[in-house]
Design a protein. Structure first.
Length: 371
């Protein structure tokens, strides 16, 4: 990925009432040049819009640049909750495979974004012996804070809280209040919203700080949403409070949403979509007994091949299906036009249960090769 990094330059307002930023391309640094300057930095933060593939490719480029240094390195990620750290350790050590990582972290239930966005980063870390650190607070904790607030938590939940909170950051609260104005709710609801956001940021900062303290020779790359990193009022300031390490913030530049001052370096990159996934075009219903076909999208290739509503999906390409996550795992590498084999179990009024194996080509938008 080619990239140019820019930083904000003070300027007077123009007749439009705005302060334009001018990029002098001949003097702008490239990403490798900036990463060379950051060689001694212990913490680097790269923000993301979760669904933006280009942001994750930028994160991967920064990871590769940091990994080229001989100093120990770890990657802290928002995408997994801290309670699943033993699972990430097992994955990094090769004791479990990718599918088991996704099952045991409950990825498709707790994070849900297209795993293909994050897959290259996780694979690179594993292949290069780079530890993965799960940063996020548990969903159970944040859901309970939404319900009763921090003061109303039971002692059991209070044990899971981060080691400290900074409620005095007015800029942080003001920023969240601007976001909250989009929701028709009162101040009481905002207080809960603020407590949840603080819990996320304080927990992620604590996890990163704990690793840095326990590994004084190590560097860390922290990957999280831009809202948790931009302006330093989320994770970076809270890591600095715990460790004295300011770190460096890198983010992609989007003309529609960028706010100069949110990052130390803004990277100009073109958006890059993920390849479209292959689709069975089935709506699923997960039950205790397994995964069942609830309905079909128009033109579903599975329906055309003979799959019926209420069928239980037993296998996809010989991968056993017990849960919704198994379906997602089985379909990770499938593209439009690929042929898959699906085994279903069907209740017959007169013959009881019967098992059928059906093959068909997946639907979805086929990417055109450039001429």
């Amino acid at each position: 990925m080619s990239a140019i990094l820019i930083s904000a330059v003070a300027a007077s307002e123009t007749t439009t009432g705005q302060t334009p930023i001018v990029v002098e391309t001949a003097k702008s640094a490239t990403l490798p040049e900036v990463m060379s300057r950051l060689k001694g930095e212990r913490v680097v933060y790269v923000g993301e819009t979760h669904t933006a593939y280009a942001d994750h490719l930028l994160q991967l480029d920064v990871l590769k640049a940091m990994a080229a240094d001989s100093a120990p390195l770890a990657v802290g990620v928002e995408w997994f909750q801290a309670r699943f750290q033993p699972v990430l350790d097992d994955y990094s050590a090769g004791r479990i495979d990718e599918a088991e990582l996704l099952r045991r972290t409950e990825y498709y239930d707790r994070w849900r974004f297209d795993y293909r966005l994050y897959r290259p980063i996780l694979q690179f870390a594993k292949d290069n012996g780079i530890p993965l650190v799960a940063l996020n607070a548990s969903r159970e904790l944040t859901n309970e804070i939404r319900r009763v607030g921090i003061d109303g938590l039971s002692q059991e939940f209070k044990q899971d809280l981060p080691d400290g909170y900074d409620f005095a950051d007015k800029a942080y609260a003001d920023r969240l209040r601007e976001m909250f104005k989009q929701h028709p709710a009162g101040d009481a609801q905002f207080d809960r919203f603020l407590e949840v956001q603080l819990t996320w940021d304080e927990m992620m900062a604590q996890r990163a700080a704990d690793y840095l303290k326990a590994n004084p020779d190590a560097r860390m790359l922290v990957l999280a949403g831009k809202g948790h990193i931009g302006g330093r009022s989320g994770i970076p300031n809270r890591v600095a409070r715990r460790t004295g390490i300011d770190g460096t913030v890198i983010g992609s530049f989007n003309p529609a949403t960028a706010m100069f001052g949110e990052a130390d370096f803004l990277v100009l990159i073109n958006d890059q979509p993920l390849p479209p996934p292959g689709l069975m075009q089935i709506m699923l219903d997960e039950r205790d007994e397994g995964v069942f076909v609830k309905d079909f999208s128009d033109g579903s290739p599975a329906e055309k091949a003979g799959v019926e509503k209420k069928d239980r999906i037993v296998k996809i390409n010989d991968i056993p299906i017990d849960h919704y996550a198994d379906v997602k795992i089985a379909m990770i590498d499938e593209l439009p036009g690929n042929e898959v084999s699906v085994t279903v179990e069907r209740d017959s009024l007169f013959r009881g249960k019967k098992t059928l194996s059906l093959s068909f080509k997946l639907g979805g938008e086929v990417m055109m090769s450039p001429h």
